[in-house]
Design a protein around this ligand. Structure first.
Ligand code: FES
Length: 94
């Protein structure tokens, strides 16, 4: 059975998107359907920095290192291209 995860964008005009869980956000979020922008898609440029509300696995060490540089002191900040979507989440572009 396939599980689906809802990605929503509070405080924006974008409508929620439903993806199969574990699908890559950087392959499914585009300028047409989300406020999140991507650059490198490999976790090194920081373009996709977003606030994530929802229950998802913690960052891997490389992502954690980037987050400490880019968003240190902010909780819930993640690199959207590195997130493993395991449940419903809300993304807020900062
Ligand atoms: S797109 Fe470059 S860090 Fe995510």
């Amino acid at each position: 059975m396939t599980d689906f995860c809802k990605i929503s964008f509070p405080e924006s005009n974008f409508v929620p998107i439903t993806l199969e869980c574990h699908q890559s956000l950087s392959e499914h979020l585009m300028v047409q359907n989300s406020p999140v922008l991507f650059g490198c898609r490999t976790g090194i440029c920081g373009t996709c920095l977003v606030e994530v509300i929802g229950d998802i696995p913690p960052p891997q060490p490389e992502e954690q290192e980037m987050l400490e540089t880019l968003a240190h002191n902010h909780t819930n900040m993640r690199l959207a291209c590195q997130v493993d979507v395991t449940g419903n989440i809300q993304l807020r572009k900062i």
